[in-house]
Design a protein around this ligand. Structure first.
Ligand code: DGT
Ligand code: MG
Ligand code: MG
Ligand code: MG
Ligand code: MG
Length: 259
């Protein structure tokens, strides 16, 4: 096809390729979910169905984009990592970011009724997103640790805060003042003394957040004539609420960082 005289405008586009041979992490975060969660009457401090909806969108992401090898989510955010060697959209930042955000958001809307059959969605949800490249496995492990520590700190605070407000009739200001300057141990004590709650017994999805990744699972592919099952290891997308700070998880799943 002949070039038109307008074609020169294409030369204004700038190159936005991400560094080669680095882990590409995309983190998305719900826009103004303070309001979105209030309008949709999410349970406080954690709405398990809202979290399950986020997790289901993350599963859809890993099933759609094979280069995503691990993801971690908490509250209204999710982080996805593309493998080091990924050539997805030639590593163009704007393509990777916009596809991640739009595919996740579209799934969030499409799957809403599956998780909230009794609620019509109020407000239109949207997510912001950013891309960061990490050069070493250690940097990447520290990234997940950073998000999971954040999850712990926020969840412990929010659990105390909402127990004081909803079960002890404190105002938000009073609850804030009670918690001001308290350490982890003080908050555990408060929950136990005043509410009989052992923090470590709360559901792991709240305390640890959620990991979505490909795990090796044994599946029965057929049965022999004598009826014995024939099993094979297959990679399957799973959701789990494990500790990603300690070495254990990474030792048990070496293929994630070796990919
Ligand atoms: P942003 O991200 O700057 O546009 O503003 P927000 O409002 O999304 O702020 P962010 O992302 O720092 O905090 C997440 C908000 O979402 C926070 O106000 C609590 C709310 N939220 C997230 N998950 C839940 C939940 O399970 N239950 C309830 N009640 N609220 C939640
Ligand atoms: Mg934000
Ligand atoms: Mg947000
Ligand atoms: Mg957030
Ligand atoms: Mg196109």
């Amino acid at each position: 096809m002949a070039n038109s005289k307008y074609e020169y405008v294409k030369s204004f586009e700038v190159v936005d390729k991400l560094m080669p041979n680095t882990w590409i992490v995309v983190r998305i975060d719900g826009r103004n979910f303070h309001r979105f969660s209030a309008e949709n009457e999410f349970e406080k401090p954690n709405d398990v169905q809202a979290l399950n909806l986020m997790n289901s969108c993350a599963v859809a992401m890993l099933e759609e984009f094979p280069d995503i090898i691990f993801s971690y989510g908490v509250s209204d955010e999710y982080s996805f990592v593309f493998k080091r060697t990924s050539q997805f959209y030639e590593r163009r930042s704007s393509k990777i970011l916009s596809i991640t955000v739009s595919f996740f958001t579209a799934n969030y809307v499409m799957k809403w009724k599956e998780f909230f059959p009794q609620k019509d969605m109020r407000l239109v949800p949207s997510f912001d997103g950013r891309v960061v490249c990490y050069p070493s496995n250690e940097n990447l492990r520290h990234y997940w640790a950073w998000r999971q520590v954040d999850c712990h700190i926020n969840n412990q605070y929010n659990t105390c805060f909402w127990m004081l407000v909803l079960n002890k009739g404190k105002t938000k200001k009073e609850a804030q003042d009670i918690l001001k300057g308290t350490q982890t141990q003080d908050k555990n004590e408060l929950l136990f003394q005043q509410f009989g709650i052992n923090y470590s017994n709360l559901p792991a999805i709240f305390r640890k957040g959620s990991c979505v990744f490909k795990d090796k699972v044994e599946e029965i592919v057929k049965h022999t004539e004598s009826g014995d099952p024939v099993k094979r290891l297959r990679k399957k997308v799973v959701v789990s609420h494990c500790d990603v700070i300690e070495d254990r998880f990474w030792k048990d799943h070496p293929w994630i960082l070796d990919e």
